[in-house]
Design a protein around this ligand. Structure first.
Ligand SMILES: [Zn+2]
Length: 441
């Protein structure tokens, strides 16, 4: 009797130990539904096992964050590298959601937006990627959403129906017999709106100057003046090149059954593809021999006063985005030097009477850009602006920053990274993974 009792205790203890260790069912090096498990590790910061797989046949990469969270997220992401301002990746992002082989309805996106239990449903085009994330608390709905999105990206009707590009990209329109022929199109109109903002025009020109030799110098969203140069042939070829499993990354987050997820993705999609040897890489921009200066203009209302409407901006390209320590340091520095209320550069520009508002930001592209921009300035402030920026930065190098201020910024950053400021944890992890998942190989 006593022995039996001891045995029960030992069994309970073993099963408890079993539950605490890394998921024992998944072993590194083994293949599960066509996916080879490369790494399986418990990550303390996300309080979950993270499993990284590569699909043997198609070359697709996949990460599962097996968090105990019912709000499951599925996202398929592609590296998309435009070479022109046509907005091709953006127009494709819209177009794939206009019907697919298994879901040949006009707008599966609208149907899902209304008829599903999703907690998040969207698609986004970044400067070097396009991502399709969906989230749901309901298991059946989650798999259904995954099916619709996978079919949209891999089997879209855009190849057989040229009207889709015309509708989402651009086409000619004539309102009346005697009227002018004008350009119309969902993305064309969207980008016309976006580029009416001087901020958008400023960042467009800065990117062009900083990255003349790689994709970051063009607008992935599309410039209204270039969108009508997009041809149907180029559009279809772009989808073919970039929307291949070998150039994709799937993120699965939450409490759905991993076996079921892998089995579905392998059976319905990835097993139909062979690995592509088209390795899509973005070359680094070489540094310039000397600092560049440029002047561009933007339109204001006719007859409006141009006084106090100049933007002055200083940008530095520094290091790689995969250097996470450097990126964090730059984030902290931009707050400590500029964005904080009593930041030295903010105060110095105020004192010099240059502009009304100053802000610094760090971009998240492959090479980091720290950008300091002052608004509501005037053209004659340019030389003084440069002087103040450099004098102040040199002074800070000599005298250092206020320790308490920096500690405050670091604490706020730590809190944000630990707790997250979004109820969509999966989505938050998608964006923090974005750079490393594409540039690590
Ligand atoms: Zn759009």
């Amino acid at each position: 009797m006593k022995n039996k009792f001891l045995l029960v205790i030992i069994t309970i203890m073993i099963s408890m130990l079993w539950a605490c260790s890394d998921d024992p069912a998944y072993k590194e090096g083994k293949i599960y539904n066509g996916f080879r498990l490369i790494e399986n590790r418990f990550v303390e910061e996300v309080n979950a096992n993270c499993l990284y797989f590569e699909h043997e046949k198609s070359g697709a990469r996949l990460m599962k964050i097996a968090a105990d969270d019912a709000n499951k997220l599925f996202a398929v992401t592609f590296k998309t590298i435009p070479a022109h301002d046509y907005g091709t990746p953006h127009i494709i992002e819209h177009s794939v959601l206009n019907g697919s082989e298994n879901f040949p309805v006009k707008s599966p996106f609208d149907l899902l937006a209304k008829g599903s239990l999703n907690t998040f449903l969207n698609a986004m085009t970044g400067s070097d990627f396009t991502t399709y994330p969906v989230a749901s608390m309901n298991n059946k709905d989650y798999f259904n959403l995954m099916h619709v999105y996978m079919d949209a990206v891999f089997n879209p009707l855009l190849h057989s129906d040229p009207r889709i590009m015309k509708q989402e990209g651009w086409h000619y329109e004539l309102d009346s017999v005697n009227g002018d022929i004008v350009y119309k199109g969902v993305v064309y109109n969207e980008m016309k709106g976006a580029f009416s903002s001087p901020d958008r025009q400023l960042s467009y020109h800065i990117d062009k100057i900083l990255f003349p030799d790689n994709t970051y110098g063009v607008s992935s969203g599309g410039h209204p003046s270039a969108i009508p140069d997009l041809t149907y042939e180029y559009f279809k070829a772009f989808h073919k090149t970039y929307y291949h499993p070998s150039n994709s990354f799937v993120l699965l987050y939450g409490d759905a059954d991993l076996d079921e997820e892998l089995e579905f993705l392998d059976r319905e999609y990835f097993s139909n593809y062979e690995k592509s040897d088209n390795n899509i890489e973005i070359p680094l921009q070489e540094p310039f021999a000397e600092r560049k200066q440029a002047e561009e203009s933007y339109s204001i209302a006719e007859g409006a006063d141009t006084r106090d409407k100049t933007f002055l901006s200083y940008s530095f390209v520094t290091g790689l985005n995969t250097d996470r320590e450097l990126v964090m340091a730059l984030d902290i520095l931009s707050d400590a030097l500029v964005n904080h209320e009593s930041a030295p550069l903010r105060l110095a520009l105020q004192e010099a009477g240059i502009g009304k508002d100053v802000a610094a930001r760090v971009s998240t592209d492959k090479q980091n850009v720290l950008q300091i921009t002052v608004q509501n300035a005037n053209p004659e402030d340019k030389e003084r602006f440069k002087e103040v920026v450099f004098q102040t930065l040199n002074k800070v190098v000599e005298e250092g920053l206020d320790r308490e201020t920096v500690e405050g910024i670091v604490n706020r950053m730590e809190f944000r990274l630990r707790e997250g400021d979004s109820p969509q944890k999966g989505l938050m992890y998608l964006f923090s993974l974005k750079n490393s998942m594409f540039f690590w190989r």
